[in-house]
Design a protein around this ligand. Structure first.
Ligand SMILES: Cc1cc2nc3c(=O)[nH]c(=O)nc-3n(C[C@H](O)[C@H](O)[C@H](O)COP(=O)(O)O)c2cc1C
Length: 317
């Protein structure tokens, strides 16, 4: 997830939740082609977080193949092709969910990536471009013939964005039409949702997005529910604050390692800015949180974050 599943988040999620598989933020094939520095960082893998998929997006079969090879060299265990992103900036370039409208180009891209890669390839789709066509089954069959190993369905149409509810029935229908594993996605908020999705659709695995943002414990609870491992205890406020601080610390370390010394903002400032959306969510629901969240969304150093989060702890004990 863009701006969410950065490497520090994935390491924390691995430690706390141990999900079966995680994915990087999506990586633009075009940016890799032009050697964009920010993109290389997105593909940096830490040994602790495996197995890990690198997700790539693009509209050109050759450039996607080149990116697949690059992602494999970076150490990806799996390559995932994004055909679910509906935002105009992405779709305008013929990438992401725009490919749902063009099965031939979509299939060429998948074939080209499968041919280039020595690791398993998966694809993430939405149901279709708009309500007029449930395109996923036909696409999935074509992709299966190309040799992909699994397909993920975010059970909304691209035109919906995030409106309405995901239609899980579509996941069941997709499952009926292919032999490869189907990963169901959309609106899993609680462990019971994951159980229900698996039972009602017959899908082979579930993918959790928004419920996991700054909340690896929710991911842990969902994994435990699905594997019959009991129920975890809810995190204390101190655990949430300590984890937020760990996230910042790991992000600063990552930025320091990646620093090319070419000037501009310091690694610490870059890290703090990058996490301004995520850190406030660690204290969601805490008394006085809205005011504190506003303060957290402008922090520029580890010490500033630590001071504000320290106040949260002091005021809530
Ligand atoms: C902030 C944000 C970033 C996202 N970035 C990606 C992405 O890079 N690649 C992707 O396949 N899906 C991305 N998604 C979509 C999610 O992976 C997921 O399909 C969607 O949120 C529905 O699942 P959920 O209800 O569990 O959140 C993103 C969603 C959000 C909210």
């Amino acid at each position: 997830m863009e701006d969410v599943t950065n490497q520090p988040f994935r390491r924390i999620a691995k430690r706390i939740a141990d999900p079966g598989l995680m994915f990087t933020e999506f990586v633009s094939a075009m940016a890799v082609h032009y050697a964009a520095e920010k993109t290389a960082k997105k593909m940096r893998i830490h040994p602790e977080e495996r197995p890990l998929g690198i997700q790539i997006f693009g509209g050109d079969p050759e450039i996607m193949a080149e990116t697949a090879r690059h992602a494999e060299e970076m150490g990806a265990d799996i390559l995932d092709i994004n055909m679910g992103c509906w935002v105009p900036k992405v779709c305008r370039t013929g990438s992401g969910a725009a490919l749902l409208k063009d099965p031939d180009i979509a299939t060429n891209i998948v074939a080209s990536v499968v041919k280039a890669a020595n690791i398993p390839v998966t694809v993430k789709v939405r149901a279709g471009w708009d309500y007029s066509l449930f395109a996923a089954p036909d696409l999935a069959k074509r992709f299966e013939d190309c040799g992909i190993q699994a397909i993920t369905l975010h059970a909304r149409y691209a035109k919906q964005g995030f409106d309405g509810m995901a239609d899980w029935e579509l996941i069941g229908r997709l499952k009926q039409s292919v032999s490869i594993p189907v990963i169901g996605n959309g609106d899993i908020k609680e462990p019971d949702d994951a159980r229900t999705m698996m039972r009602e659709t017959g899908c082979d695995a579930v993918m959790v997005g928004r419920a996991a943002i700054s909340n690896p414990w929710k991911l842990r609870d969902i994994r435990m529910a699905l594997t019959g491992a009991g129920v975890g205890s809810p995190p204390t406020l101190k655990e949430r604050v300590d984890t937020a601080l760990e996230h910042i610390r790991l992000m600063i370390e990552l930025e320091e390692r990646e620093d090319l010394g070419t000037g501009g903002p310091t690694p610490e400032l870059r890290a703090c800015r990058a996490l301004r959306g995520q850190i406030p969510l660690y204290i969601k629901g805490v008394q006085g949180a809205p005011g504190i969240r506003a303060k957290l969304s402008v922090c520029s150093s580890y010490d500033e974050y630590a001071e504000v989060l320290g106040t949260v702890l002091a005021e809530n004990y």
